[in-house]
Design a protein around this ligand. Structure first.
Ligand code: SF4
Length: 354
């Protein structure tokens, strides 16, 4: 069914979502990422960060339909983790994370061929914000997936195997995680997919501890040193600054705390009443934390939204649900079986070490 975005009043849309949810009952599970709009979050059965949503998706056994409100790679991930008989729907397949598009399988395979010539033991670690074929690449090559909540555990695991990580596609998460383990910039090699690698570079890699990939989240890159400085100037040292590890390392270094969305939410929830917080992550999430913690003073480090997450709207959610009620759903999320098989190996390994 196609519902004109302007044809219905928001109140009517919400009422119909409620009614459709009621009719679908236990056959339906709605999962939503923390960065979704409040009107989506309020209908979700589970709200969380990528790791929590992956864990939740892998445990669904009763629901026939899983509706995933987030960007496309997360819906793909749910498809690979749930049972074959379950169907996964994404209300807006065009909501695609730009970071996930910054490493193409051909480029990663080319890099891998060269990296193998260094003679180092290297384990590929792909950030969950990536396409299914990259997750499958890791599954095929003894690697695995990580999220911002378990990136440190992932690197620790790699080092415990006497190997070094080839970490892609988010440079900042890889670099900030390595910094938190005492690894310096001079011990990291940045792989630039658009530039040729020289013999000298290959020699350099032989002495490196981490190999990073040139990729970034445009939302978290928007937080700059000047925003941290302005916050300190305006509020002094009582204002604690907490940011996501997809921010650039200069911002992370100047901040008081760094961690995944669930870490940010939990840290502020546990903070004493009256404490002051400036949060450097997506604005819908910051606004929700603010509402959930009325006893604290909370401001965004900068008011910055993820436009891809915002493409999932209530009217699109309603369309999916009403199609399910009518028994005529549109095509669900699919991943080709061979890709899914190896990606699942990499995802399962992540869940195992988390
Ligand atoms: S916030 Fe950044 S990483 Fe997350 S979905 Fe948006 S663009 Fe991708």
């Amino acid at each position: 069914m196609s519902i004109g975005a302007n044809a219905l009043k928001e109140e009517e849309i919400l009422k119909r979502i409620e009614a459709a949810k009621g009719k679908l009952g236990r056959d339906l599970i709605i999962l939503a990422h923390f960065y979704q709009h409040d009107d989506i979050v309020k209908y979700a059965d589970f709200v969380g960060d990528s790791l929590q949503l992956a864990q939740t998706a892998s445990k669904q056994r009763d629901a026939k339909y899983i509706v995933f409100c987030a960007v496309s790679f997360m819906a793909e991930m749910a498809r690979m983790l749930c049972l074959p008989g379950q169907q996964v729907f994404h209300p807006e397949p065009q909501a695609r994370c730009p970071l996930a598009e910054m490493a193409a399988i051909r480029e990663v395979e080319e890099a891998w061929t060269i990296l193998k010539t260094t003679g180092r033991k290297i384990i590929p670690v792909v950030y969950v914000n990536s396409r299914a074929d990259l997750k499958a690449f890791c599954g095929r090559n003894n690697g695995f997936v990580c999220t911002s909540a378990n990136a440190k555990k992932a690197m620790e695991y790699v080092f415990s195997q006497g190997a070094i990580p080839f970490f892609f596609p988010d440079e900042n998460l890889g670099k900030n995680t390595a910094h938190s383990m005492g690894i310096g910039d001079e011990e990291m090699f940045l792989w630039e997919p658009d530039f040729a690698v020289s013999e000298e570079d290959v020699e350099k890699i032989k002495d490196m501890k981490v190999i990073l990939w040139r990729g970034f989240c445009y939302v978290h890159m928007a937080f700059q040193v000047s925003h941290v400085e302005a916050m300190r100037k305006a509020y002094g040292s009582d204002m604690k600054i907490i940011v996501h590890p997809e921010c650039v390392s200069e911002v992370v270094r100047l901040s008081d705390y760094v961690g995944s969305t669930s870490y940010i939410r939990d840290t502020i929830a546990k903070a004493p009443p009256g404490s002051q917080w400036a949060i450097g992550t997506e604005i819908h999430f910051v606004d929700r934390i603010k509402r959930d913690n009325p006893d604290k003073f909370i401001v965004p480090l900068r008011d910055w939204a993820c436009r891809e997450m915002a493409k999932v709207t209530t009217v699109k959610l309603l369309a999916v649900l009403e199609d399910l009620v009518e028994g005529k759903p549109l095509a669900g999320v699919t991943v080709d079986p061979e890709t899914a098989k190896y990606a699942r190996i990499a995802l399962d390994k992540m869940l195992e070490i988390s």
